[in-house]
Design a binder for this molecule. Structure first.
Ligand SMILES: Nc1ncnc2c1ncn2[C@@H]1O[C@H](COP(=O)(O)OP(=O)(O)OP(=O)(O)O)[C@@H](O)[C@H]1O
Length: 281
């Protein structure tokens, strides 16, 4: 181990090259670890997400998805390891990193006593956007996300889906380079779900990188250019859907037209067994 970075620079002749691809990538994690007591929630995660990718992050309940996202966005300090977003070290230059990213966390931390519109205005000011621009972007986001009618209602009176949508609007208002979304479609109705999908696809076409976690396999299959699967804190598969399919069918376990759900269940080791309650006759 090289604890002194200068020592590392001398010892590692590839350092410059490494730093170059780090700058070019949208997200890089190196040996990311998070331990809670005896529990290793994330175990030496090494991941590279390229700019403009729509990356789906999958895993069963408790696999480590939210913990990973929290470490990536600066909400939870890693036990060890490092994270770069758009070339910026998230834990060494947190303010600079925050400007480049939009975040929809799992647990929404909203200002309940503000109206939806006030919350967007507040967020826009935080990112030092000009007043006129904040108004323009807020109105457009509220209209697109069908929140116009409730824009002047307090957030405390919003439904689960409305809260998610206003949080998403706040994550988008500064036009971030990298967007982190933890379960963005949970609690969202089909109409808004379609709108959000369209917005996200448009964003990636314009070069935004999206890293999102979801349990909705069909959506991930439809939207994502690449997928990572985490199980018990370990990244167990990663690639395009075609690559994952080819790998799985190469082992003889999967048909060539396997769905993402088939691949997911196979990778995390769920066999095709009957699941019945013994006491139901
Ligand atoms: N603050 C915490 N204190 C202790 N343990 C935690 C804490 N946060 C997460 N964990 C544990 O870390 C593991 C990973 O949790 P995490 O929330 O990252 O999973 P997840 O993949 O997002 O799950 P889900 O799909 O259910 O949201 C779990 O075992 C969880 O109990």
């Amino acid at each position: 181990m090289h604890s002194d970075p200068r020592q590392f620079a001398v010892a590692n002749p590839f350092r410059q090259e490494v730093e170059e691809w780090q700058r070019e990538a949208a997200i890089v994690t190196r040996d990311l670890v998070r331990v809670f007591g005896q529990k290793v929630a994330v175990n030496h995660l090494n991941l590279v997400v390229k700019r403009g990718e729509f990356f789906g992050f999958l895993g069963p309940n408790g696999a480590g998805k939210s913990t990973t996202i929290k470490m990536m966005v600066g909400l939870l300090r890693p036990t060890t390891g490092r994270v770069w977003v758009a070339g910026v070290d998230v834990w060494r230059e947190p303010l600079q990193a925050r400007r480049l990213m939009g975040v929809l966390p799992e647990q929404l931390n909203l200002y309940e006593r503000l109206t939806g519109r006030e919350f967007l205005t507040f967020t826009g000011h935080m990112y030092e956007l000009p007043k006129g621009e904040i108004e323009r972007r807020s109105s457009e986001l509220l209209r697109l996300l069908a929140l116009e009618e409730d824009a002047d209602k307090l957030i405390i009176d919003y439904s689960v889906g409305m809260r998610k949508k206003i949080a998403l609007a706040a994550a988008l208002i500064h036009n971030p380079q990298v967007l982190f979304l933890d379960e963005p479609f949970e609690g969202i109705d089909p109409v808004s779900s379609r709108v959000i999908r369209d917005i996200l696809q448009d964003l990636t076409r314009r070069g935004t990188t999206i890293f999102f976690s979801s349990h909705i396999m069909e959506l991930v299959e439809r939207l994502c250019s690449r997928v990572g699967i985490i199980n018990q804190g370990v990244l167990v598969a990663e690639g395009t859907l075609q690559e994952l399919r080819a790998r799985a069918s190469g082992t003889g376990d999967m048909p060539r037209d396997a769905t993402l759900e088939d691949i997911f269940l196979n990778v995390i080791g769920v066999r095709n067994e009957e699941h019945n309650l013994s006491w139901l006759e």
